[in-house]
Design a protein around this ligand. Structure first.
Ligand code: NDP
Length: 327
């Protein structure tokens, strides 16, 4: 039986409308959340991401502003900008779009962001809050993975979860959230021995690797839930054939796009996995849309924690249930 497709676009849209309602109430109480995005230089991909974030903020009613220092901006100039944003009371979230130019000390810049305004959840203070199950700001993409699972009524507690990838941005925080939600978690990486066998243990398999279609059907236990975080641009015709060749009639739309644009966006999971998995996130339209929705969520949460003290640094658990349920 074909896997149930988990519709990330729909889930993200639900979250955004919940957030819009919340932002409206906060604004009426004189506490409109504010997000500042810092985009250094002219990286076309970063410009697209930032545009999406600013647009999403506007749609849910969050105040947003963009800072666009030139490519030549120094570490000290960027530190001064971050310090200024840290001081401003109407700014609840600060997002420094990566990558920064190579002459800039990116670690120093990210460390300078006030952890209470760190809506990317990358600051070591927030990493610590996550690993000790205290309320804090959780990285957006992994938080989105948990939202997809919980809103699709896929149980996590007591189940075997395997995360392929151990980056600070996706793999590690996804593993920590699953652990906090009481899964039995295995984290895999490029040195893992017999990766397919380890993956086949998973009831929930999260792929965050960055390799198009690497997770084939022999990695997947029949009926497992597969969350595909990967976003890979495929422009090679032979690679397209490897991924979609055996089921072109099912992928006619994608083939038409590939022919027209010369490329297509694919995940880390091979399309054939849909024949084995119980549930699967598509690419595009799976985890991707959740990332911006969770950024909006984090901005609202940061505003509440900092301005009202609600959900502040006390005890509690992050990831033990839907992160939105914390509110
Ligand atoms: P990184 O490159 O930082 O990490 C990739 C991880 O995959 C590493 O831990 C690496 O292992 C592991 N890996 C690489 N090759 C193999 C292999 N052959 N076998 C097993 N493990 C392997 O990537 P990110 O975590 O930043 O991103 C992962 C993917 O998710 C990318 O496709 C990215 O585009 C996508 N992404 C999607 C987002 C979204 O919004 N949907 C947001 C962020 C990322 P090792 O540590 O040993 O090198």
């Amino acid at each position: 039986m074909a896997a149930k497709i988990l519709d990330g676009t729909k889930i993200a849209s639900d979250i955004r409308s919940e957030i819009a309602t919340e932002v409206k109430a906060m604004a009426a109480a004189g506490m409109r959340p504010g997000l500042a995005v810092v985009l250094v230089g002219h990286n076309p991909a970063s410009e697209i991401y930032v545009r999406g974030k600013v647009k999403a903020s506007e749609e849910v009613g969050i105040y947003s502003e963009q800072h666009t220092p030139p490519e030549t901006a120094t570490t000290n100039e960027l530190l001064a900008l971050v310090e200024d944003l840290n001081r401003r009371d109407e700014i609840d979230g600060i997002l420094v779009q990566l990558p920064l130019p190579s002459h800039v000390d990116a670690k120093r810049i990210l460390m300078a962001v006030d952890p209470a305004k760190d809506v990317d959840g990358f600051h070591p203070v927030n990493v610590g809050f996550l690993s000790t199950q205290r309320p804090g700001l959780v990285p957006c993409t992994p938080a989105g993975v948990i939202e997809i699972l919980s809103r699709s009524n896929i149980p996590i507690a007591g189940r075997e979860a395997v995360v392929v990838g151990r980056s600070d941005i996706v793999g590690k925080p996804a593993a920590m959230l699953l652990l906090n939600a009481n899964a039995t978690v295995t984290v895999c990486h490029s040195k893992t021995h017999d990766l397919p066998a380890v993956c086949r243990r998973a009831d929930i398999l999260v792929a965050a690797i960055g390799r198009a279609g690497m997770i084939t059907r022999d990695f997947v236990k029949p009926g497992a839930t597969v969350i595909d975080v990967g976003m890979n641009k495929v422009s090679d015709a032979a690679e397209f054939q490897r991924l979609f060749g055996s089921g072109l009639e099912k992928h006619a739309q994608r083939e038409a796009t590939f022919r027209k644009k010369g490329s297509t966006l694919v995940g880390d999971v091979h399309p054939e996995v849909a024949e084995v998995a119980g549930a699967l996130t598509p690419v595009p339209g799976g985890v991707g849309p959740l990332t911006i929705a969770m950024l909006m969520y984090n901005t609202v949460k940061a505003a509440k924690m900092r301005r009202q003290g609600s959900g502040a640094r006390g005890e509690g658990s992050v990831g033990a249930r839907s992160v939105l349920a914390e509110r």
